[in-house]
Design a protein around this ligand. Structure first.
Ligand code: RIB
Length: 289
């Protein structure tokens, strides 16, 4: 069973600040560093760190070759990462003293996926293979439609969540992995139980994973309801924690682990991630768990 992650690759420009900048305000940062990031790249890195074999498909500019090398060094198959004339996507990330962040994205090459790319890449995979998707690249509706038609098991992390997601053909999604904010935009509900029941009413064949950060994670499908507490840690930088959770969860699932074990392993990995700075660089290897 193969895992394809069709997703973004970003250069993360991280500024450590006393507080997240307010409208009209100019502030000075305490430090600046660049990291490899992008929800797609982070999730592929987490999958590989968890021991899974993963194919990453996506696009970078000539200024982003380090991202491809970074994934390759981690053991990810990078043969489906294309290079365009467009600059590589980047993220401007402020991290405050509580480890909370605020992110501004520039899509760049991530938004240059073409219909032809989608056809060529999806043709390489077979029914039963997994496809992992976020919402940081172009052509999402086509990818979702063709993946479903090809019989792939679709895992969708609707991040960053925008109103366009509500128009996507999501009927073929088997696993939705979302946080409360994404769940609220999706359903209009604010309470976790209501978000989950609303999602299940619309997607009765899917499993809904609702992550609540330091408060744990709910898993619900037609026959099962689980809740797993988050591990207590002191957060330094929460960037990439959600991606760590997604990558580890999918790796454990594909390895055939029971869902509760998948949730526990993914929660533990995410807890370690928040104690370190950066996105992909802060994702732990399985032996560290
Ligand atoms: O989820 C964290 C990621 O979101 C960062 O690495 C940044 O690139 C943005 O895509």
């Amino acid at each position: 069973m193969n895992i394809l992650n069709f997703g973004s690759l970003n250069i993360d420009k991280v500024y450590e600040v006393d507080h997240l900048v307010r409208p009209g305000e100019t502030i000075t940062s305490r430090s600046f560093r660049e990291f490899c990031g992008g929800k797609g790249l982070n999730q592929s890195f987490a999958l590989a760190a968890a021991g899974a074999e993963v194919y990453h498909a996506g696009k970078i500019g000539r200024d982003g070759l380090l991202l491809k090398m970074f994934l390759e060094n981690a053991g990810v198959d990078v043969s489906m990462i294309g290079v365009t004339e467009e600059p590589t996507g980047h993220a401007n990330i402020q991290v405050n003293q509580d480890g909370e962040n605020a992110i501004v994205l520039f899509g760049g090459a991530n938004q240059k996926i073409t219909g032809k790319d989608v056809r060529i890449i999806l043709n390489k995979f077979e029914p039963g293979d997994y496809i992992l998707l976020q919402n940081e690249i172009s052509r999402m509706p086509e990818i979702l439609k063709q993946a479903s038609r090809a019989g792939l098991t679709i895992v969708f992390n609707p991040a960053p969540m925008g109103p366009e997601v509500l128009q996507y053909p999501l009927d073929g999604v088997k696993y939705f992995i979302m946080n409360e904010i994404e769940g609220e935009i999706f359903t209009g509900e604010t309470e976790p139980e209501h978000i989950i029941s609303s999602m299940l009413a619309t997607f009765p064949d899917a499993a809904i994973l609702l992550t609540l950060g330091e408060n744990g994670v709910y898993y619900t499908d037609a026959g099962k309801k689980l809740f797993v507490h988050a591990e207590k840690v002191t957060a330094l930088d929460t960037t990439g924690a959600g991606d760590t959770f997604v990558g580890y969860f999918v790796a454990e699932l594909v390895a055939g682990q029971p869902v509760e074990k998948c949730l526990r392993t993914a929660s533990r990995a995410a807890a370690i991630c928040v104690t370190r700075q950066g996105a992909a660089d802060s994702i732990p290897k399985k032996e560290e768990l």
